[in-house]
Design a protein around this ligand. Structure first.
Ligand code: NAD
Ligand code: WQD
Length: 335
Protein backbone atom coordinates (compact mmCIF):
# COMPACT_ATOMS: atom_id res chain seq x y z
CA UNK A 1 0.00 0.00 0.00
CA UNK A 2 1.47 3.33 -1.06
CA UNK A 3 0.33 6.84 -0.16
CA UNK A 4 1.50 10.24 -1.30
CA UNK A 5 2.53 12.38 1.68
CA UNK A 6 2.43 16.02 0.57
CA UNK A 7 4.47 18.15 2.98
CA UNK A 8 5.99 14.91 4.29
CA UNK A 9 9.32 16.38 5.38
CA UNK A 10 7.67 18.90 7.73
CA UNK A 11 7.21 18.53 11.47
CA UNK A 12 3.96 16.53 11.51
CA UNK A 13 4.42 14.89 8.10
CA UNK A 14 7.84 13.44 8.93
CA UNK A 15 6.67 11.81 12.17
CA UNK A 16 3.64 10.47 10.33
CA UNK A 17 5.86 8.95 7.62
CA UNK A 18 7.65 6.93 10.32
CA UNK A 19 4.33 5.78 11.79
CA UNK A 20 2.96 4.84 8.35
CA UNK A 21 6.02 2.85 7.49
CA UNK A 22 5.92 1.02 10.80
CA UNK A 23 2.29 0.13 10.04
CA UNK A 24 3.25 -1.34 6.65
CA UNK A 25 2.11 1.62 4.53
CA UNK A 26 4.75 3.04 2.18
CA UNK A 27 4.89 6.85 2.15
CA UNK A 28 5.97 8.58 -1.06
CA UNK A 29 7.21 11.90 0.30
CA UNK A 30 6.48 15.00 -1.75
CA UNK A 31 7.66 18.39 -0.42
CA UNK A 32 8.93 21.65 -1.90
CA UNK A 33 11.32 22.16 1.03
CA UNK A 34 9.88 25.63 1.67
CA UNK A 35 9.80 24.90 5.40
CA UNK A 36 11.80 21.71 5.80
CA UNK A 37 15.40 20.59 5.65
CA UNK A 38 16.46 17.78 3.36
CA UNK A 39 18.37 16.44 6.39
CA UNK A 40 15.00 15.26 7.73
CA UNK A 41 15.11 12.53 5.08
CA UNK A 42 18.41 11.22 6.47
CA UNK A 43 16.95 11.22 9.99
CA UNK A 44 13.94 9.20 8.79
CA UNK A 45 16.28 6.61 7.28
CA UNK A 46 18.48 6.60 10.36
CA UNK A 47 15.60 6.13 12.81
CA UNK A 48 13.77 3.46 10.81
CA UNK A 49 16.72 1.72 9.12
CA UNK A 50 14.61 1.87 5.95
CA UNK A 51 14.81 3.83 2.73
CA UNK A 52 12.21 6.47 1.82
CA UNK A 53 11.17 7.74 -1.59
CA UNK A 54 11.35 11.52 -1.79
CA UNK A 55 10.29 13.80 -4.65
CA UNK A 56 11.03 17.51 -4.42
CA UNK A 57 7.96 19.26 -5.77
CA UNK A 58 5.24 21.80 -5.16
CA UNK A 59 1.56 20.91 -4.75
CA UNK A 60 0.82 23.59 -7.35
CA UNK A 61 2.71 21.50 -9.95
CA UNK A 62 -0.14 19.34 -11.24
CA UNK A 63 1.85 17.52 -13.93
CA UNK A 64 4.52 16.40 -11.48
CA UNK A 65 1.91 15.31 -8.93
CA UNK A 66 0.11 13.20 -11.53
CA UNK A 67 3.36 11.65 -12.69
CA UNK A 68 4.43 10.74 -9.14
CA UNK A 69 1.03 9.35 -8.13
CA UNK A 70 0.86 7.21 -11.27
CA UNK A 71 4.44 6.04 -11.14
CA UNK A 72 4.03 4.84 -7.56
CA UNK A 73 0.45 3.67 -7.84
CA UNK A 74 -0.69 5.48 -4.70
CA UNK A 75 -4.15 4.82 -3.30
CA UNK A 76 -4.48 7.90 -1.09
CA UNK A 77 -2.97 11.27 -0.29
CA UNK A 78 -2.06 12.62 3.13
CA UNK A 79 -2.00 16.37 2.68
CA UNK A 80 0.19 18.29 5.15
CA UNK A 81 1.56 20.85 2.66
CA UNK A 82 0.72 24.35 3.87
CA UNK A 83 2.12 27.57 5.24
CA UNK A 84 1.18 27.81 8.92
CA UNK A 85 2.27 31.06 10.58
CA UNK A 86 -0.80 32.96 11.75
CA UNK A 87 0.89 36.40 11.96
CA UNK A 88 2.56 35.99 8.56
CA UNK A 89 -0.80 35.04 7.04
CA UNK A 90 -2.19 38.45 8.11
CA UNK A 91 0.74 40.20 6.41
CA UNK A 92 0.78 38.04 3.27
CA UNK A 93 -2.77 36.75 2.82
CA UNK A 94 -2.55 36.18 -0.95
CA UNK A 95 0.54 34.01 -0.50
CA UNK A 96 -1.37 31.91 2.05
CA UNK A 97 -4.49 31.57 -0.09
CA UNK A 98 -2.36 30.65 -3.10
CA UNK A 99 -0.23 28.06 -1.34
CA UNK A 100 -2.84 26.54 0.95
CA UNK A 101 -6.12 26.92 -0.95
CA UNK A 102 -5.13 27.12 -4.64
CA UNK A 103 -2.48 24.46 -3.95
CA UNK A 104 -5.10 22.13 -2.50
CA UNK A 105 -7.33 22.60 -5.55
CA UNK A 106 -4.44 21.67 -7.85
CA UNK A 107 -3.78 18.60 -5.71
CA UNK A 108 -7.46 17.56 -5.94
CA UNK A 109 -7.37 18.10 -9.73
CA UNK A 110 -4.31 15.90 -10.00
CA UNK A 111 -5.96 13.21 -7.86
CA UNK A 112 -9.12 13.32 -9.99
CA UNK A 113 -7.10 12.94 -13.18
CA UNK A 114 -5.28 9.84 -11.99
CA UNK A 115 -8.21 8.30 -10.09
CA UNK A 116 -6.98 8.72 -6.49
CA UNK A 117 -10.11 9.18 -4.40
CA UNK A 118 -9.01 9.35 -0.78
CA UNK A 119 -7.45 12.32 0.98
CA UNK A 120 -6.54 12.90 4.60
CA UNK A 121 -6.25 16.61 5.26
CA UNK A 122 -4.32 18.46 7.99
CA UNK A 123 -6.93 20.77 9.44
CA UNK A 124 -6.83 22.56 12.74
CA UNK A 125 -8.85 23.43 15.82
CA UNK A 126 -8.49 26.97 14.50
CA UNK A 127 -11.58 26.20 12.34
CA UNK A 128 -13.69 26.52 15.51
CA UNK A 129 -12.84 30.24 15.77
CA UNK A 130 -13.70 31.61 19.21
CA UNK A 131 -15.15 28.66 21.17
CA UNK A 132 -18.88 28.97 21.90
CA UNK A 133 -18.72 25.99 24.27
CA UNK A 134 -16.17 23.51 25.60
CA UNK A 135 -15.06 20.85 25.00
CA UNK A 136 -15.07 21.48 21.26
CA UNK A 137 -16.79 18.73 19.32
CA UNK A 138 -16.87 18.34 15.55
CA UNK A 139 -20.34 19.92 15.35
CA UNK A 140 -19.18 23.22 16.81
CA UNK A 141 -19.79 26.06 14.29
CA UNK A 142 -16.91 26.71 11.89
CA UNK A 143 -15.25 30.09 11.59
CA UNK A 144 -11.82 31.72 11.58
CA UNK A 145 -10.06 34.73 13.03
CA UNK A 146 -7.15 35.12 10.57
CA UNK A 147 -6.25 34.27 6.93
CA UNK A 148 -4.41 31.08 7.92
CA UNK A 149 -7.54 29.89 9.71
CA UNK A 150 -9.68 30.79 6.71
CA UNK A 151 -7.47 28.66 4.45
CA UNK A 152 -8.37 25.66 6.63
CA UNK A 153 -12.08 26.55 6.62
CA UNK A 154 -12.02 27.01 2.84
CA UNK A 155 -10.17 23.79 2.08
CA UNK A 156 -12.60 21.86 4.30
CA UNK A 157 -15.50 23.36 2.30
CA UNK A 158 -13.79 22.48 -0.99
CA UNK A 159 -13.28 18.92 0.23
CA UNK A 160 -16.95 18.65 1.19
CA UNK A 161 -18.10 19.93 -2.18
CA UNK A 162 -15.65 17.65 -3.96
CA UNK A 163 -17.12 14.65 -2.13
CA UNK A 164 -20.65 15.82 -2.91
CA UNK A 165 -19.80 16.00 -6.60
CA UNK A 166 -18.40 12.47 -6.77
CA UNK A 167 -19.81 9.85 -4.41
CA UNK A 168 -16.60 7.82 -4.73
CA UNK A 169 -14.49 10.49 -3.06
CA UNK A 170 -13.52 10.28 0.61
CA UNK A 171 -12.02 13.18 2.54
CA UNK A 172 -11.00 12.89 6.18
CA UNK A 173 -10.23 16.18 7.82
CA UNK A 174 -8.13 15.86 10.96
CA UNK A 175 -8.49 18.88 13.21
CA UNK A 176 -5.33 19.00 15.30
CA UNK A 177 -5.30 20.81 18.61
CA UNK A 178 -1.79 21.95 19.71
CA UNK A 179 0.86 19.55 18.37
CA UNK A 180 4.04 19.44 20.48
CA UNK A 181 6.86 17.05 21.35
CA UNK A 182 9.39 15.18 19.30
CA UNK A 183 10.41 11.66 18.34
CA UNK A 184 11.56 9.86 21.52
CA UNK A 185 14.95 9.18 19.88
CA UNK A 186 15.65 12.93 19.98
CA UNK A 187 16.57 12.72 16.28
CA UNK A 188 13.49 14.40 14.86
CA UNK A 189 11.39 17.34 16.02
CA UNK A 190 10.19 20.82 15.24
CA UNK A 191 12.66 23.52 14.25
CA UNK A 192 10.81 26.77 13.65
CA UNK A 193 12.44 29.52 11.60
CA UNK A 194 13.38 32.65 13.54
CA UNK A 195 11.64 33.50 16.79
CA UNK A 196 9.05 30.83 17.64
CA UNK A 197 5.42 31.96 17.83
CA UNK A 198 4.27 28.85 19.64
CA UNK A 199 4.68 28.19 23.31
CA UNK A 200 6.54 24.85 23.41
CA UNK A 201 9.36 25.76 20.99
CA UNK A 202 9.75 29.09 22.78
CA UNK A 203 10.09 27.34 26.15
CA UNK A 204 12.53 24.82 24.63
CA UNK A 205 14.74 27.56 23.18
CA UNK A 206 14.68 29.39 26.51
CA UNK A 207 15.65 26.21 28.37
CA UNK A 208 18.60 25.67 26.03
CA UNK A 209 19.75 29.29 26.51
CA UNK A 210 18.81 30.72 23.10
CA UNK A 211 16.16 33.03 24.63
CA UNK A 212 16.31 34.91 27.90
CA UNK A 213 12.84 34.19 29.27
CA UNK A 214 9.35 33.14 28.21
CA UNK A 215 6.74 35.88 28.02
CA UNK A 216 3.53 34.47 29.47
CA UNK A 217 0.78 36.23 27.56
CA UNK A 218 -1.84 37.11 30.14
CA UNK A 219 -2.28 36.14 33.80
CA UNK A 220 -5.89 37.24 34.19
CA UNK A 221 -7.81 34.77 32.05
CA UNK A 222 -10.76 32.98 33.56
CA UNK A 223 -8.73 29.79 34.04
CA UNK A 224 -7.47 28.05 37.22
CA UNK A 225 -4.13 29.94 37.29
CA UNK A 226 -5.08 32.87 35.04
CA UNK A 227 -2.95 31.73 32.07
CA UNK A 228 -4.23 30.36 28.75
CA UNK A 229 -5.30 26.71 28.59
CA UNK A 230 -4.72 24.52 25.51
CA UNK A 231 -5.05 20.89 24.51
CA UNK A 232 -1.45 19.92 23.72
CA UNK A 233 -1.05 16.66 21.84
CA UNK A 234 2.18 14.67 21.48
CA UNK A 235 3.43 14.43 17.91
CA UNK A 236 3.75 10.62 18.20
CA UNK A 237 0.05 10.35 19.15
CA UNK A 238 -0.85 12.69 16.32
CA UNK A 239 1.14 10.59 13.85
CA UNK A 240 -0.72 7.46 15.02
CA UNK A 241 -3.98 9.35 14.51
CA UNK A 242 -3.18 9.56 10.79
CA UNK A 243 -2.42 5.87 10.57
CA UNK A 244 -5.71 5.13 12.32
CA UNK A 245 -7.58 7.46 9.97
CA UNK A 246 -6.05 5.74 6.96
CA UNK A 247 -6.50 2.15 8.15
CA UNK A 248 -9.66 2.28 10.27
CA UNK A 249 -12.00 4.57 8.37
CA UNK A 250 -13.78 1.62 6.77
CA UNK A 251 -17.30 2.93 7.41
CA UNK A 252 -16.61 6.50 6.39
CA UNK A 253 -17.76 7.87 3.08
CA UNK A 254 -17.81 11.39 1.68
CA UNK A 255 -16.43 14.09 4.04
CA UNK A 256 -15.81 13.59 7.74
CA UNK A 257 -13.91 15.62 10.33
CA UNK A 258 -12.22 14.27 13.45
CA UNK A 259 -10.70 16.15 16.36
CA UNK A 260 -7.22 14.95 17.27
CA UNK A 261 -6.52 16.12 20.80
CA UNK A 262 -6.21 14.60 24.27
CA UNK A 263 -9.31 16.21 25.72
CA UNK A 264 -7.16 17.56 28.55
CA UNK A 265 -6.26 21.23 28.88
CA UNK A 266 -3.01 22.54 30.39
CA UNK A 267 -2.15 26.12 31.27
CA UNK A 268 0.95 28.00 30.15
CA UNK A 269 2.32 27.70 33.69
CA UNK A 270 1.62 23.94 33.74
CA UNK A 271 3.72 23.57 30.60
CA UNK A 272 6.58 25.73 31.92
CA UNK A 273 6.58 23.77 35.17
CA UNK A 274 6.63 20.40 33.36
CA UNK A 275 9.40 21.58 31.05
CA UNK A 276 11.52 22.81 33.97
CA UNK A 277 11.20 19.35 35.50
CA UNK A 278 12.15 17.63 32.24
CA UNK A 279 15.15 19.91 31.68
CA UNK A 280 16.11 19.76 35.39
CA UNK A 281 16.41 23.53 35.27
CA UNK A 282 13.93 26.31 36.04
CA UNK A 283 12.74 27.91 32.80
CA UNK A 284 12.61 31.68 33.43
CA UNK A 285 9.37 33.47 32.59
CA UNK A 286 7.74 36.88 32.98
CA UNK A 287 4.12 37.84 32.74
CA UNK A 288 3.24 40.00 29.74
CA UNK A 289 0.00 41.45 28.37
CA UNK A 290 -2.46 39.16 26.61
CA UNK A 291 -1.61 38.36 22.97
CA UNK A 292 -4.23 39.72 20.62
CA UNK A 293 -6.48 37.05 19.12
CA UNK A 294 -5.86 34.51 21.93
CA UNK A 295 -8.73 32.78 23.69
CA UNK A 296 -8.69 31.76 27.34
CA UNK A 297 -9.33 28.10 26.90
CA UNK A 298 -9.45 25.54 24.15
CA UNK A 299 -9.70 21.75 24.38
CA UNK A 300 -11.15 18.89 22.41
CA UNK A 301 -13.90 16.41 22.73
CA UNK A 302 -11.89 13.63 21.09
CA UNK A 303 -14.49 10.90 21.56
CA UNK A 304 -15.46 10.59 17.88
CA UNK A 305 -11.95 9.54 16.84
CA UNK A 306 -11.90 7.03 19.69
CA UNK A 307 -15.25 5.59 18.75
CA UNK A 308 -14.81 5.48 14.97
CA UNK A 309 -11.06 5.30 14.36
CA UNK A 310 -10.15 3.35 17.49
CA UNK A 311 -7.57 6.01 18.25
CA UNK A 312 -6.84 7.97 21.38
CA UNK A 313 -3.88 9.91 22.68
CA UNK A 314 -1.79 8.03 25.21
CA UNK A 315 1.05 10.42 26.03
CA UNK A 316 0.88 13.22 28.60
CA UNK A 317 2.69 16.42 29.46
CA UNK A 318 5.76 14.63 30.94
CA UNK A 319 6.44 12.82 27.63
CA UNK A 320 5.68 15.96 25.61
CA UNK A 321 8.21 18.04 27.53
CA UNK A 322 10.85 15.29 28.00
CA UNK A 323 10.88 14.43 24.30
CA UNK A 324 10.97 18.11 23.26
CA UNK A 325 13.88 18.67 25.62
CA UNK A 326 15.81 15.63 24.30
CA UNK A 327 15.40 16.91 20.73
CA UNK A 328 16.15 20.54 21.62
CA UNK A 329 19.29 19.74 23.59
CA UNK A 330 20.61 17.37 20.89
CA UNK A 331 19.86 19.75 18.01
CA UNK A 332 19.72 23.30 19.40
CA UNK A 333 20.01 24.72 15.86
CA UNK A 334 17.53 22.25 14.30
CA UNK A 335 18.56 19.98 11.43
P1 NAD B 1 5.58 22.29 8.56
O1 NAD B 1 5.80 23.64 7.97
O2 NAD B 1 6.65 21.72 9.39
O3 NAD B 1 5.25 21.26 7.39
C1 NAD B 1 4.62 21.61 6.18
C2 NAD B 1 5.46 21.04 5.05
O4 NAD B 1 4.83 21.34 3.82
C3 NAD B 1 6.86 21.65 4.99
O5 NAD B 1 7.79 20.60 4.90
C4 NAD B 1 6.85 22.50 3.73
O6 NAD B 1 8.11 22.54 3.11
C5 NAD B 1 5.79 21.81 2.89
N1 NAD B 1 5.07 22.67 1.97
C6 NAD B 1 4.47 23.87 2.21
N2 NAD B 1 3.90 24.34 1.11
C7 NAD B 1 4.12 23.42 0.12
C8 NAD B 1 3.80 23.36 -1.26
N3 NAD B 1 3.16 24.35 -1.87
N4 NAD B 1 4.16 22.27 -1.96
C9 NAD B 1 4.84 21.25 -1.36
N5 NAD B 1 5.21 21.28 -0.06
C10 NAD B 1 4.85 22.36 0.66
O7 NAD B 1 4.21 22.34 9.34
P2 NAD B 1 3.56 21.24 10.30
O8 NAD B 1 3.52 21.80 11.66
O9 NAD B 1 4.16 19.92 10.05
O10 NAD B 1 2.06 21.29 9.76
C11 NAD B 1 1.58 20.34 8.82
C12 NAD B 1 0.14 20.63 8.52
O11 NAD B 1 -0.62 20.62 9.72
C13 NAD B 1 -0.10 22.02 7.90
O12 NAD B 1 -1.14 21.90 6.97
C14 NAD B 1 -0.55 22.85 9.08
O13 NAD B 1 -1.36 23.93 8.67
C15 NAD B 1 -1.34 21.84 9.87
N6 NAD B 1 -1.45 22.14 11.30
C16 NAD B 1 -0.33 22.39 12.02
C17 NAD B 1 -0.44 22.71 13.38
C18 NAD B 1 0.78 23.02 14.21
O14 NAD B 1 0.63 23.64 15.26
N7 NAD B 1 1.98 22.60 13.82
C19 NAD B 1 -1.70 22.75 13.97
C20 NAD B 1 -2.82 22.48 13.20
C21 NAD B 1 -2.68 22.18 11.86
C1 WQD C 1 -0.44 28.47 23.38
C2 WQD C 1 -0.65 29.27 24.68
C3 WQD C 1 -0.55 31.65 24.36
C4 WQD C 1 3.70 31.76 23.25
C5 WQD C 1 -1.55 28.27 17.43
C6 WQD C 1 -2.34 28.65 16.20
C7 WQD C 1 -3.28 27.53 15.81
C8 WQD C 1 -2.55 26.19 15.68
C9 WQD C 1 -1.61 25.92 16.82
C10 WQD C 1 -2.18 25.64 13.37
C11 WQD C 1 -1.53 30.50 24.50
C12 WQD C 1 0.59 31.18 25.24
C13 WQD C 1 2.43 31.37 23.62
C14 WQD C 1 4.48 32.50 24.17
C15 WQD C 1 2.67 32.39 25.75
N1 WQD C 1 -1.77 26.10 14.50
N2 WQD C 1 1.93 31.67 24.84
N3 WQD C 1 3.93 32.77 25.38
O1 WQD C 1 -2.19 30.12 19.90
O2 WQD C 1 -3.15 27.99 20.87
O3 WQD C 1 -2.42 28.03 18.52
O4 WQD C 1 -0.81 27.07 17.12
O5 WQD C 1 -3.24 25.36 12.98
O6 WQD C 1 -3.88 27.91 14.63
O7 WQD C 1 -3.08 29.83 16.48
O8 WQD C 1 -0.72 28.08 20.30
O9 WQD C 1 1.55 27.70 21.18
O10 WQD C 1 0.99 29.95 20.15
O11 WQD C 1 -0.01 29.35 22.35
O12 WQD C 1 2.23 32.67 26.87
O13 WQD C 1 5.62 32.93 23.89
O14 WQD C 1 0.63 29.78 25.09
O15 WQD C 1 -1.03 32.88 24.81
O16 WQD C 1 -2.27 30.64 25.69
P1 WQD C 1 -2.19 28.65 19.96
P2 WQD C 1 0.55 28.78 20.94
Amino acid sequence: MKVLVAGGLGYIGSHTCLALQKAGVTPIIYDNLSNASINVLEQLKHISGKDFTFVEGDIRNQALLEQVMQEHNVTAVLHFAALKAVGESCEQPRRYYDNNVAGSVVLLDAMANVGVKQIIFSSSATVYGDPQYLPLDENHPISATNPYGWTKVMVEQILQDNCQADAGNLAISLRYFNPVGAHPSGLLGESPNGIPNNLMPYIAQTAVGKREFVSVYGDDYDTPDGTGVRDYIHIMDLAEGHVAAFLNHKNDTSFIAYNLGTGQGYSVLDVIKAFSKAAKNEVPYKFAPRRSGDVACNYADASLAKQKLNWQATLGLPEMTEDTWRWQSKYPQGL
